[in-house]
Structure formats: structure tokens, C-alpha cells
Design a protein around this ligand. Sequence first.
Ligand code: NAG
Ligand code: NAG
Length: 279
Amino acid sequence: MNWHPSVVTVWTVLYFDPGLYFVEACYINVLIYLGLFTCLSFILAGVSLPAPVNVSIDSLNMEHTLNFLPGLGTSADAHFRVQILRFRNSWKPVAGCLELAATQTCNLTGEFTETLQQYQARVQAFTPTQESNWTLTGHFTPYTDTVLGPPKVSVSGCGNCLLLQVSPPTSGSIQQNKQLQNLYSGLLCVVRRTRDGAQFSLNLAYEEEILIRYLQPGVEYCVTVTVTATINSNSMPTEPHCAFTGPPASSSGTQLFMHTNIHLYPITYMNTALCEGGS
Ligand SMILES: *[C@@H]1O[C@H](CO)[C@@H](O)[C@H](O)[C@H]1NC(C)=O
Ligand SMILES: *[C@@H]1O[C@H](CO)[C@@H](O)[C@H](O)[C@H]1NC(C)=O
């Protein structure tokens, strides 16, 4: 008869416990008169919060963010902690993400410092008395998995040509910009003549200044630029940037001369065709 009140207590606790799994575990324990104590301590210190869901690493331009949602039925007072794993090392807590609220994200930019290293992250919900299982992300390698957003581009006319100024898209840290510039290997430029939509594309080595030559003077073109990288195929193109090449009567000779360190690229036959076909 001594145990009867305790059983009632257990059921009270269990009733408010969202993890149904433990209701069963403890019910069985009580039934077989085995370790009511074990059962209670399991509830108090055990894994009984729902594990976080939709755990993912979102990475744009080498800025890495861990996102998650609380599992269904997670109590409102729960917090979340994040750990990361460097390939072949052990799990380590992330200093800025030891006690996140359900609406917060975890900035992993400063954690994933080695660009070709394979990482993983995991999230756990906890309250003062309970914690959830960990939920893991997939494997993540900064250089291959980050999304390369559209670069910053400005386009100006230079007679029978267009001059493109290209730079990394981030307003982020110097470190991030440097990493991006090392990752970039090329630029894909799609040049489209506004008047009739005729277009051609150029695959160029990555440079901060690009000269697109042999265009028609006094004509508007729109250029879309995509950064390319040999080990990353998650590139996003810019919006079209439009400009007139220059006035129909050209003063292009002197302008060209001013950009001395510009690389001149061989122009495809399509380009030539455009120029000839136009006038
Ligand atoms: C994330 O951390 C990096 C440095 O570790 C910082 O440059 C960046 O601004 C942070 N991003 C946000 C959204 O706080
Ligand atoms: C926690 O993980 C264990 C072992 O993987 C599993 O058996 C158990 O069902 C999980 N608990 C919850 C609440 O998800």
C-alpha cells in the first residue's frame, strides 16, 4: 500500500509529459514493480523533450547559419543548444549557441573556418529538468556547399563595348570576401541586345574588370553575370544590368586606352554575327 501514492504522482508527471514514449516506459516499470525510482529519475534527467526538426545549415556567400524548429509539443520554456563536429574530431559546443530561444538561429560562420573541411552540426532542446535527443544536420563542406549569390556588378558603355566592374557580393568580413575570391574561378556573362533579344554568352576567367568588345555603338545591351567555381555549382545569376554602349558616333578609342589592365577576351562568332547583323 505504501507505493500507491507514488504511482499517482508518476501519472501526474507523465500526464504533462509530451513524450508519449516515456508514458509507456514508466507504465511498464510501475507494472512490474521494478524501480519506480529509476522511472522517476529517467523522467527528471532523461531524454523526454521532442527533438528539434527541420535542422539545416543554410549558407550564402560563405556565411553559414544553422536553422531549426522545435519538435511538435516542445514546452514553451525549452531552450536549444548547438554542437559542431569537425570530421574525425569530437562534438564541441558552439559558444554563441548554448541557450538559444526557439526563434533564434545559430551563426556558424566563425566555426566553419576551414573551407574544405567536412563539418556537421546538431541541436538539442532542453529545460532545467529534461533534454531531447540530438537532431543532426547533413555533412557540410563550406566551399562546396555554400550558395554563391549574385556578384555586385556595374555596367557602363565605352563606345562599341561594355565595361563591367565585378566584386564579391558580401558586405561581410574581410575573411569572407577573401574566401569567396579564392573560390571564384570564372564569370559567365550573358549579353542580350534589348532591341531584339539576340544574345550570346561568354565564359571568362574571374576578373574585377571585364571588357566586352565588338558591340554596336549606341545600342542598349543587358548583361547577366554568374560567378562560377570549379568545386561549387550553386551559383545564382545577377539581375540583368543594362547600359548603352555609347553614342553612335564613337569616341571609344580614347576610352579604351584608359583601361590599361583590362583583359581582352576572344569574342565568339555569335558576337561578331550580332554586330554585323545589326547595322
Ligand atoms: C556571423 O558571424 C560572423 C563572424 O563570425 C560575422 O561576420 C557575421 O556578421 C555574423 N552574422 C550575423 C547574421 O550575425
Ligand atoms: C531518442 O533516441 C533513442 C535512440 O536512438 C530512441 O530510441 C528514442 O525513441 C528517441 N527518443 C525520442 C523522444 O525521440
